[in-house]
Design a protein around this ligand. Sequence first.
Ligand SMILES: [Zn+2]
Length: 476
Amino acid sequence: MAVVHLLPARRLQAGRRMDAVPLARLSRCLLALLALALLAAPLAGAANDAGEPFFPRAGSRAFDVAHYEVSLAYRPAKRSLEATTTIEAKATRGLKRFSLDLDGLTVTRVTVDGVRAAFGRGRDKLKIVPKTPPAKGERFTVVVDYHGHPRRVVDTDGSSEGWIVTPDGAFGVGEPQGTPAWIPCNNVLYDKARFSFHLTVPARLSGVANGRLTSVTSHGGRRTFEWVESQPMATYLALVDIGAGRLTGSTIDGLPSWTLIDPALAKRSRNALAQLPEIVRFESSIYGPYPFDAAGSVVDNAPKLGYALETQTRPIYAFAPDLTTVVHETAHQWFGDSVGLRRWPNIWLNEGFATWTEWYYAERHGGRSARQIFTKLYRVPASDTAFWEPPAGHPGQSKNLFTTSTYVRGAMTLEALRLQIGTKKMLKVLRLWATDQRHATGDIDQFTTLAEEVSGQDLKPLFRRWLDSRGKPARA
Ligand SMILES: [Zn+2]
């Protein structure tokens, strides 16, 4: 995600945006308390076991999803969705009952292995009782039919995701908790799965998702777009965008690429998006081969959303992006999408890395060097706690996931590593990180161990100062 903050001036802007939403934050808390009070009894039986510290209600370790098939018809005029999601999964224990994350919407029918299953709802759960429980190790298929008006999800930091209505359509984005607003899923980082999408929309609009476009069919004033994401994807990286504009296909050195730009933003987006092939080439040259079998961009019109997101293979920009933002979201295809997080508190591995890539890209393209940016930022006084806190490796709570320090102190941490071990070894660490954990997940301990192995140095003091310690890190 790109919300911020190369320089202090942009940081101020971001700060104002965050400060402008105390009411939304309050409503969210009140709703949460109310829901807990009302649903405490029925929810007790579906106690969460996924172990995610920031979102303890999300997900389950009782099963492992292999594939989601999402068939979704959207009527923008009514803002209504009619959908069927088919989930292929494997039980990791006997499943007398299990739950999926689903936030809002009305479920009409659930089957498990083709047999109608009993189901009930919690606030953000679909609880399923199969007629014949899948045994431990058994593969099973769940089909969920549902419809309704998908909702916008508001986070603890006041930002939004979920289903976002635009002037001509809508889009669905998920970081960190929005995907269950339109897909029943196991919404945890470590349960990556493959996806296919069938998006049915009015014929004048296009429907875009992750991966490769495999067909477009017309029928009765509507069109269905079929997309296949054939590499593993975390649920929060799923994308659906429905809007006007021309869906264009091209290739980047043989890599197929699809782009949809809202007509109102086409002119202002053109220059930055035209650089995508060069950015993919540049980042491939330093981090190793591009990790997916498709690329592209979506630009849609939701400026109030205030961010861009690294939806897998095809980032979405809720405004006309600049070059730096495209560099950032493309870097996430390696760091965040291919090499995923195992737990949300490790967000540094996504945002620090994508932000440092912005700096290194500028350095290698005639701009200021990453070291110059680092030196300038290091002059920010220790008294500016909003800049230095929380430490990049310890956001502490979910509302700090996308604060300034996650990005800027996070990128400074990588530049500090570079200053200590040298550019060549630093780039080797990043490349090995991208290739060793390709399409899997990693954590900060694994990364710091890798950096020590490559450099042959004891880097614990450096990482402790930059990732773990409160306040402005002292110079080495
Ligand atoms: Zn980002």
